[in-house]
Ligand binder design. Structure first.
Ligand code: FRU
Length: 469
């Protein structure tokens, strides 16, 4: 059964069954967190898109709610969203929970138009009778995509960015509105510099730490599927000017991320913990897709972003194993058996470390089958995460370089679930998210120092959730 599948995650959000991709409509409404998502409830493959729906008081434990949006009629080309309710966002207005989504109809021109739906109770949604609210692309010429509206409020106006591409460059198109139903085109808020992809999916423009950030999912960009730009937003001219760029995540399974602001002032980021074009191991098993852990975004003094797991995740911690000070001698690995759902937190003491490398392995037993290997090369500050031999899923090795740090500590925080890992380095300065599909059920955590000694200032291991193994 779907529920008995060993690859089902223990503490990440997933629908009860069926297909899921992008997070949609993230919002805190009447004190509760709402998460919508691209969903096909009737199968484990992508299909006519619905909006699945769940809510939570703590971002960790989710309650499933009825499907919020369904295509009005499948494949009815005359209908405004006959083929599916594609990605979008949520706002609160006059006490209502209002959703913006892309109504997608293959065969119609334009294929994509922006639509609206609203709810008085946060559960049952009604589509706006005047849909679409934006019926067509704003200009002449061929556009590649016109979708994924993200709406927010600034001053006394609503703003929306829509993802698109023109002449081989990804673009974020900006609209404004006084009352959410009449949208005026402002212009191209930002576009690819020629290296940042030919179509921008799921653009999200938001203020953070005195700047604005544009987060997006670029198609056909060399080297990454997720990107952020930090810069200045000029609302008068409708132009966003980037000053710095980076990756939200260095791993292989982080896409279509969206953010929202909560009542604690946190800018929270959730991504789809999968990737188009990957092996999609859980397909044909009745389900597919998971969300990443929710992460709080922070703008650092050097103008880059960090993403830190939200503190509510600490409430998942079960049995704890703790060491203060641990020495790893050269070539003498130490190993611990570990639960499938776990968190590992360690601080490296660079002052006491003479090794060239530290290797952290998540393995099966007894033959070290299905190894996921994380290596840190001290001199180069280089981190690699290798899932070539992780199990049934895709391979790949990612490389991250840590920025030079003033202190003599490196903090590593690793969350593993049955079929995923998320590694946060130095409070989220670098993050690596990967799906892994180990075939073995017994698991170890192995630490090994190479070319000298590694000293840990402290080290902790928790089982997460119900502690099942
Ligand atoms: C991103 C995306 C969006 C689109 C949705 C369709 O993963 O391709 O651009 O709205 O998925 O499900």
């Amino acid at each position: 059964s779907v529920q008995g599948d060993p690859f089902r995650l223990r503490y990440h959000f997933m629908p009860a069954s069926g297909w899921m991709n992008d997070p949609n409509g993230l919002i805190q409404y009447r004190g509760e967190y709402h998460l919508f998502y691209q969903h096909y409830p009737y199968g484990d493959k992508w299909g006519p898109m619905h909006w699945g729906h769940a809510k939570s008081k703590d971002l960790v434990r989710w309650e499933h709610l009825p499907v919020a949006l369904a295509p009005s009629e499948f494949y009815d080309l005359g209908d405004k969203d006959g083929y599916g309710c594609w990605s979008g966002s949520a706002v609160e207005s006059d006490g209502k929970l209002v959703l913006f989504y892309t109504g997608h109809v293959d065969g119609r021109k334009p294929t994509e138009a922006q639509c609206m739906a609203a709810s008085e109770d946060g559960v049952r949604f009604e589509k706006f009778a005047g849909n679409p609210v934006i019926a067509d692309v704003p200009d002449e010429g061929e556009r590649f995509g016109f979708r994924d509206p993200k709406v927010w409020r600034h001053g006394d106006r609503w703003y929306m960015v829509v993802g698109s591409g023109k002449n081989g460059r990804g673009q974020a198109l900006l609209y404004k509105s006084a009352g959410l139903t009449d949208w005026e085109y402002v212009g191209v808020a930002a576009e690819s510099d020629g290296t940042q992809g030919d179509m921008w999916e799921c653009p999200d423009l938001f203020p953070l730490g005195g700047k604005h950030v544009l987060a997006l999912s670029p198609m056909n960009m060399e080297g990454t599927k997720n990107l952020y730009l930090v810069g200045e937003m000029d609302y008068e001219r409708g132009v966003f000017t980037p000053e710095a760029q980076g990756k939200l995540d260095d791993g292989f399974d982080f896409y279509a991320a969206q953010t929202f602001l909560d009542d604690k002032g946190r800018r929270i980021l959730i991504g789809w913990m999968d990737m188009w074009g990957s092996k999609m191991i859980a397909e044909n098993r009745g389900w597919y897709g998971a969300m990443t852990l929710p992460r709080e975004l922070k703008l650092l003094p050097d103008g880059t972003l960090a993403s830190v797991p939200v503190e509510e995740l600490d409430t998942l911690r079960g049995e704890e194993l703790a060491y203060d000070e641990l020495r790893l001698e050269d070539g003498r690995p130490r190993s611990w058996s570990r639960p499938a759902a776990m968190e590992w937190l360690a601080e490296l003491d660079l002052g006491g470390t003479t090794a060239k490398e530290l290797e952290i392995r998540l393995t099966g037993e007894p033959d070290e089958e299905d190894v996921t290997s994380i290596r840190y090369v001290f001199a180069e500050r280089k981190l690699t995460v290798d899932r070539e031999r992780s199990g049934m899923g895709d391979g790949g090795v990612s490389t991250s370089v840590l920025p030079p740090s003033a202190g003599d500590r490196i903090k590593l925080r690793l969350f593993a679930d049955t079929s995923s890992i998320e590694l946060f380095v130095n409070d989220g300065q670098r993050v690596v998210t990967n799906r892994i599909y180990p075939r073995t059920s017994s698991r170890s955590l192995v630490l090994e120092a190479v070319g000298g000694e590694v000293r840990f200032a402290n080290l902790k291991l928790w089982s997460l959730g119900d502690g099942r193994d």
